[in-house]
Design a protein around this ligand. Structure first.
Ligand code: GLU
Length: 306
């Protein structure tokens, strides 16, 4: 742990050892309209938090400005309203918090944990794992990508659905980017900082993010933040065997169909049936019946979805 007293402390009233027992969140990126796959994450994260008398927050992860899809943020908010998935705190938007992420990069800089990297995508070629070429070049930080150093060390965590998951930081991941050359703050940094500042204790999200978790645990460790509990949900796939995503044109959810879609989402999560009603009532029943043992412990759900 580098910082005995992390300068950025949680904005919530719960601090240090008095953190709440369960604070969960749904953290969509507005890179496309909300689809059935994201609904599964929203519903599962909500029910899991509420079933444990926890709080549930919503955070819009909109640091990657070039990838923002026009109108998608509004669609996400409209859907949450229609599904009556009401967060326990004001929704936060990462684009309003860029100074915080910069301050954390400065902290890591002072501690010698980050460095500027001038390697272009072309130079890196198909190499997924960065070889550390710029690690000891002491390049100036301006107009360069910023990478965090990793060590030759394994990080393992026990996922509530996927079981034990481990990566060797150096061999499997390499020094990774926190800020891009174009100044955009990377998801890995923003997610770790905000999970900490919002006092998040439990992360429930899609299994497509499983392989990011060790990076996030490492970063949290460097910053002296606690390690969170993780549950990575099996992914909804389309008829072509691809995960539902904006890239493969997953259907935008129709807010008018909220009760039917909620029923289907609970079914897809293998939860006991819930009768059609106002979403608020359906969610109450879903929370009362919520049982994570019933969710398939796999990376993909069987069957296909739109
Ligand atoms: N913003 C990320 C996404 O939409 C999810 C982040 C997370 O849950 O950690 O894929």
């Amino acid at each position: 742990m580098l910082f005995n007293n992390p300068p950025l402390t949680p904005s919530l009233q719960q601090k240090g050892d008095n953190r709440m027992a369960y604070v969960g969140r749904f953290a969509p990126s507005p890179t496309g309209p909300l689809h059935f796959g994201s609904l599964l994450t929203a519903v599962a994260s909500y029910c899991d938090a509420k079933a444990q008398q926890g709080q549930w927050f919503v955070r819009i992860e909109d640091t990657d400005i070039p990838r923002i899809y026009p109108g998608s943020e509004q669609h996400i908010l409209e859907c949450l309203e229609a599904f009556q998935l009401y967060p326990d705190a004001e929704i936060i938007f990462q684009k309003d918090r860029l100074d915080l992420y910069e301050a954390v990069i400065d902290q890591l800089h002072v501690a010698g944990q980050v460095y500027a990297c001038a390697c272009t995508r072309k130079m890196l070629g198909s190499n997924h794992i960065y070889a550390g070429t710029c690690r000891n070049l002491s390049l100036a930080f301006e107009q360069q990508a910023i990478r965090v150093k990793v060590e030759d060390q394994s990080i393992c965590f026990q996922d509530r659905l996927q079981g034990q998951h481990c990566s060797n930081l150096k061999e499997d991941l390499g020094d990774f980017v926190l800020k891009r050359r174009d100044g955009i703050i990377n998801y890995q940094l923003a997610v770790v900082v905000d999970d900490y500042l919002q006092g998040i204790t439990h992360v429930v999200r899609g299994a497509d993010l499983l392989d990011n978790t060790e990076r996030q645990i490492w970063l949290a460790q460097l910053l002296g933040y606690p390690t969170l509990s993780y549950m990575h949900l099996p992914l909804a796939m389309n008829a072509q065997g691809q995960k539902l995503s904006k890239q493969n044109l997953a259907q935008a959810l129709d807010p008018k169909q909220a009760p039917e879609l909620l029923q289907q989402a609970l079914l897809a999560l293998h939860q006991p049936a819930v009768a059609l009603d106002r979403p608020e009532i359906m969610l109450q029943q879903a929370v009362a019946q919520w049982n994570t043992d019933l969710i398939p412990h796999s990376i993909e759900l069987e069957g296909h979805f739109l």
